[in-house]
Design a protein around this ligand. Structure first.
Ligand code: NAP
Length: 398
């Protein structure tokens, strides 16, 4: 029987054998990658005696056409009520009131972690010599920083008032005709993000958590993020984790927590990828880092993402690429990003075996050089298949 996912008062997700899971098909190539991915999800769930009661909800162009609203309240309510959902890519309406549907969903449901695991799958074409050394999991803060949307446009009365306030109250001289943005970084936001990264690393026996920040320059925002991270380790995790400065780099049997500056990190993830494992970082750094890292392991068609609130259990899992409108409806693009986002969703549901099965089958398919156009053009001797055929090939190998 189809049932809702619930949460106990102690904060443990209760997932029935047939959970109701809302999905947004997505715009553009969403019509291709969603049905392909669903085929894989249903087959993997069935193999373990489970079933998903899919519930379609609308957002993006499809929602706008049918309801006049880009993100109907009903959709947000469905994600709120059912806790866990999945979505294809959405067109970001240019102009108009809504900045980004993705950002709106994250803020409304307070999905404070953007989870982006980055690992290489055997056979995936990569621009680096040793993509197999990349195995990192990025926890990007999802609700604060310059993404909070606190900006005023140059030349507006709001910008003039803010400049006047900053000059009069703080003695800050802002150049005339400047746009101004605010970068809030809070103790609560930083600690809950780092806590999620620590819990993940401890549960999976990972070797380190690196706090990536720009605290050498932005001391009271990025620097504070770093300090709050270390403070949390000392306050709540002293028996199982230790900060670099508190152990001289030798953690004994504990989880090592270290930090690096964001700019040098972008070099080192390329030159010394083996030094990085779980990464916890602020919103803007995390945005750059996730895409830079995704490129090392085969790029955009295959990078998964999840937006999660570990306290309420809410999670929205999504393809990280856009709608690729020029390929829409051609049954051509790679559904890998959405499929692997579903793997993250299965892991969040506690369906670890089904998740691992999908990963193994996807790896076997690529290992057999059965791939979509994006990989086929970079591989020798590949068999190029359609989006739906790639999904069927995965199901055959489940
Ligand atoms: P995009 O849709 O990600 O497409 C850029 C290029 O990436 C494509 O031309 C294609 O490269 C490659 N690509 C994308 N998806 C692929 C897939 N599934 N398989 C293989 N290759 C894939 O970026 P965009 O053209 O800048 O954005 C289009 C729209 O998407 C915009 O409205 C944007 O706002 C929106 N968007 C949404 C999300 C989201 O919902 N999460 C994220 C980003 C952008 P080739 O041409 O080289 O084959």
């Amino acid at each position: 029987m189809a049932e809702r996912i619930t949460m106990t008062p102690e904060g443990v997700l209760q997932v029935p054998d047939e959970p109701i899971i809302p999905f947004i098909e997505g715009d553009g190539t969403g019509v291709d990658i969603w049905p392909a991915s669903r085929l894989v999800f249903d087959a993997a769930a069935a193999k373990h005696g489970r079933k998903i009661a899919w519930k379609e909800v609308l957002a993006g162009e499809k929602a706008f056409k049918e309801t006049g609203d880009w993100l109907p309240d009903k959709t947000v309510e469905a994600f709120r009520e059912h806790r866990i959902g999945i979505k294809g890519p959405l067109t970001t309406p240019v102009g108009g009131g809504i900045r980004s549907l993705n950002v709106a969903l994250r803020q409304i449901l307070d999905l404070y972690v953007c989870l982006r695991p980055v690992r290489w799958f055997t056979g995936v074409p990569s621009p680096v010599l040793h993509p197999e050394k990349v195995d990192m999991v990025i926890f990007r803060e999802n609700t604060e920083d310059v993404y909070a949307g606190l900006e005023v446009q140059a030349g507006t009365p709001e910008a003039d008032r803010l400049s006047a306030f900053l000059r009069d109250e703080l003695g800050w001289e802002i150049r005339p005709n400047s746009g101004i943005g605010i970068k809030p970084i809070s103790e609560l936001g930083s600690k809950r993000l780092v806590r999620a990264a620590l819990e993940y690393a401890l549960a999976r026996g990972r070797k380190s958590v690196t706090l990536v920040h720009k605290g050498n320059i932005q001391k009271f925002t990025e620097g504070a993020f770093r300090n709050w991270g270390y403070e949390l380790v000392r306050e709540e995790y002293a028996d199982v984790a230790v900060g670099w400065d508190d152990c001289g780099g030798d953690p004994g049997g504990k989880l090592l927590v270290k930090d690096t500056i964001a700019d040098i990190t972008l070099q080192q993830v390329l030159t010394r990828p083996e030094d990085f494992d779980v990464i916890a970082t602020t919103n803007l750094n995390g945005d750059y880092l996730s895409d830079a890292l995704a490129a090392q392991v085969g790029g955009i068609g295959i990078a998964p993402g999840g937006n999660i609130n570990y306290v309420t259990g809410h999670g929205v899992f999504e393809a990280t690429h856009g709608t690729a409108p020029k390929y829409a409806g051609q049954d051509k693009v790679n559904p890998g990003s959405l499929i692997l986002s579903g793997v993250l969703m299965f892991e969040h549901l506690g369906w670890a075996e089904a998740a691992a099965d999908i990963v193994r089958a996807l790896e076997a398919t690529i290992g057999d050089k059965v791939v979509t156009y994006d990989f086929a053009r970079l591989m020798d001797g590949a068999t190029e298949v359609k989006c739906s055929e790639f999904a069927s090939a995965i199901v055959d190998r489940l």
